[in-house]
Design a protein around this ligand. Structure first.
Ligand code: 4AD
Length: 453
């Protein structure tokens, strides 16, 4: 009741404030400014002092409220995550006091814009929240320090990819994700009803990129891909951002060089950007990897697993022809502890479009790039470019030709040796930011039984 009676007014004799974002607070010290934001932290000291850390997406600003400013109804009911507008002067802090950027705003007037319920963000999330509560309230979780850093880093990273491709002369393609063809096997297809016809959410835009190479040459896309993965793992999502590249007239060796160049150059661009601190905050030990990466054949990986006693669950060894699952792959990668380009997988465990090697007809010109702490971040290969061989690949995989008529036409009208790859953006981020779980690298993760928020 007492608080309700207190009304604050702006002192008309004070200079008109300039509205600033917190990122430019340092250059705007010692003059009167106005800042909008969310109440990130709130601490009251007795009745006449209140500290607010304000957040506006560009930074954090400590604000001090004195006397009547913290006695109004809005002030005594203020809670974290409310939106406010503060007026005042930002002053550097004396020795011994700490706040973000070494300064604080002495508030002379403020307004509540959007209230937050008593208790603030703690109503929905607190230290005791379990995994499911955190996922249900992810729209609040992303306002936190780590998740907001991750979202920003993701944005910086996407720009680095685009800059890389632009610099190397690639054109960007924006393919549709509603398709009627599969790329990586029927087991992980999401089916849907498309005006009465069967269609799928795309697993990869590779086939469309291949069709674009005769039109624009080297090209790439950054598009969503979908996999109905039944298992919950630390590195699988049902929807992810897929960065794919396709290059006409390259050899397998040249393709490997390009993939390596992409991974290293993009990391270097991020570290050379004004946002390198996002990486070092999340992953203090990050170092841009050196080229060339270790190159290893699938056949040698099978040998490695034997020699290092990495076995299947039943204690037997992996043999030629076996798919190397996540666990042994991780073990090997973490032991070797440097990027590995794992090459030349057997045709039986790879996709219909992969050509055989000249040296060994059982093997394909394929590559997986494995990174310590994550495992596979890139899958790529040369593409079968001879019509008959491709038709053979379709037959061996029991795929109908009709829906792929346009893909087959590529092999009739000026075919050429070409290759490409797909890189999982969230996998790259898991590696770059050294996260435990791929879910931490996307705003609203999709996986079995989770489709909200
Ligand atoms: O190895 P994949 O299945 O290869 C392809 O889709 C090719 N058609 C790409 C191409 O050549 N254009 O997937 C490529 C990459 C993987 O290395 C991984 O980084 C990511 O996509 N990926 C996933 N990321 C998160 N969740 C999943 N369920 C993923 N499946 C693949």
């Amino acid at each position: 009741e007492e608080a309700r009676a207190i009304v604050i007014q702006q002192d008309a004799s004070l200079p008109q404030p300039k509205t600033i974002k917190i990122r430019s607070a340092k250059e705007s010290r010692d003059v009167r400014v106005k800042v909008f934001g969310w109440v990130h932290r709130l601490r009251r000291q007795g009745r006449v002092l209140m500290f607010v850390v304000l957040r506006d997406g560009t930074g954090y600003l400590q604000c001090v409220f004195n006397d009547q400013l913290c006695q109004t109804y809005d002030a005594v009911t203020l809670a974290t995550e409310a939106t406010i507008c503060v007026y005042g002067v930002i002053k550097s802090l004396p020795e011994g006091k700490t706040a973000p950027d070494g300064h604080e705003m002495v508030v002379d007037y403020w307004e509540l814009i959007g209230a937050s319920p008593a208790g603030g963000a703690d109503n929905l999330l607190n230290e005791e929240s379990g995994v499911d509560v955190m996922l249900d309230n992810r729209h609040m979780l992303i306002r936190g320090d780590n998740m907001s850093k991750m979202l920003k880093l993701r944005s910086v990273l996407i720009k680095a990819f685009r800059d890389h491709y632009y610099d190397r002369g690639y054109f960007e393609i924006t393919p549709p994700t509603l398709v009627q063809t599969q790329v990586e096997g029927g087991a992980t297809l999401f089916k849907l009803d498309y005006f009465g016809q069967e269609a799928y959410l795309t697993q990869s835009s590779q086939l469309y990129l291949e069709t674009a190479t005769p039109a624009v040459g080297d090209c790439y896309c950054i598009a969503q891909s979908y996999r109905a993965e039944q298992s919950r793992t630390r590195r699988h999502l049902a929807e992810y951002t897929h960065i794919e590249g396709e290059c006409p007239f390259v050899t397998f060796e040249e393709l490997l060089d390009r993939i390596e160049d992409l991974i290293v150059d993009v990391a270097q661009r991020v570290m050379d950007s004004p946002f390198a601190h996002l990486v070092t905050d999340l992953n203090p030990n990050f170092k841009v990897p050196k080229k060339p990466f270790k190159r290893m054949d699938y056949t040698d990986a099978i040998k490695y697993l034997k020699e290092h006693n990495i076995t299947k669950d039943d204690g037997t060894f992996y043999e030629f022809g076996d798919d190397i699952p996540e666990a042994p792959e991780r073990k090997m990668t973490d032991e070797i502890n440097e990027p590995i380009m794992l090459c030349r997988f057997p045709a039986e465990i790879k996709s219909f479009y992969m050509p055989r090697t000249k040296e060994d007809n059982r093997l394909t010109e394929s590559v997986d790039v494995l990174m310590p702490n994550v495992g596979e971040i890139v899958g790529g290969s040369m593409r079968t470019w001879k019509y008959e061989e491709l038709v053979d690949g379709f037959k061996k995989n029991n795929l109908p030709l009709e829906p792929y008529y346009w893909y087959l036409d590529l092999r009739k009208y000026g075919s050429c040796p070409h290759g490409g790859y797909g890189l999982g953006l969230e996998r790259y981020l898991t590696w770059l930011a050294n996260r435990q779980h791929i879910r931490d690298c996307t705003i609203y993760p999709r996986f079995v039984d989770r489709c909200r928020p």
